[in-house]
Design a protein around this ligand. Structure first.
Ligand code: ATP
Ligand code: MG
Length: 219
């Protein structure tokens, strides 16, 4: 089967810092890949490149064999919304919206009824154990709860690929295990692929494959 995502020889420089250097990777449909490496090794930068949030200095990214590198920002945003779920280190929740509304947010451009949107968002909140916090704004939630809302939002439209930057970083080990189980369930039931940045050997051990970054390179 052909790869879901292929990144070829990615480079990203910030001034004279080479954050990502000649990094290539492939992710197959339904594959769970862990991305490890020391702080500052380029993991988050690589995730931003793969999500189309940063333009690479050079290199290219194919998603389902489509080259997304030349797309402009609007086209990238559409592509991202249809295909990618993002869980980032800063949760980027919208402070004025409730947990439920944050989770429902990616569904707004879809032609579905308000009640279906609410139902789907609530189902995801339930899966991350937060149905009872649906009406809370982010400021009324703990860090781990905010992280779980961000995960529910990333999953709400069942994208092909989830890019997760330390998704269990703020969670106790039991809650972290539940999130990982949910990822594996989505892989089984919907064929979702995952690239998970983690510093946790236990999390990495549940992946199909482990990639390690060092000084901007994938080893
Ligand atoms: N916007 C930026 N401008 C300048 N330098 C940057 C920028 N973003 C990242 N860097 C630098 O690029 C390198 C890689 O950073 P990155 O955030 O990708 O590391 P990381 O592997 O995610 O680290 P951590 O495990 O601490 O999250 C670092 O040296 C960082 O200082
Ligand atoms: Mg990082």
């Amino acid at each position: 089967m052909s790869d879901l995502l292929t990144a070829q020889s990615m480079h990203k420089s910030f001034g004279n810092v080479q954050a990502v250097r000649d990094a290539s990777l492939q992710i197959a449909p339904g594959e769970i890949v862990a991305l490890m490496g020391r702080s500052g090794s380029g993991k988050t930068t690589m995730m931003h490149l793969l999500a189309g949030l940063e333009k690479p200095t050079s290199g290219r990214i194919l998603y389902q064999e489509q080259d997304i590198t030349p797309l402009d920002e609007d086209a990238l945003a559409l592509w991202r919304r249809a295909n990618i779920g993002l869980v980032f280190q800063a949760f980027h929740l919208i402070p004025t919206l409730s947990a439920l509304e944050n989770v429902a947010f990616p569904l707004y451009p879809d032609k579905i009824s308000a009640s279906e949107r609410k139902e789907r968002a609530l189902a995801r909140l339930e899966q991350v154990g937060l149905a009872q916090r649906a009406d809370h704004q982010p400021s009324k939630l703990s860090g781990g709860e905010q992280q779980r809302v961000a995960i529910a939002r990333a999953l709400v439209n069942t994208p092909g690929l989830i890019l997760a930057d330390e998704p269990t970083g703020n969670l106790d080990s039991q809650t972290g295990d539940e999130i990982l189980n949910l990822f594996h369930e989505l892989r089984r039931e919907a064929g979702v692929s995952f690239l998970i940045v983690t510093h946790d050997d236990k999390v990495a051990a549940t992946a199909d494959r482990i990639l390690v970054m060092k000084d901007g390179e994938i080893q």
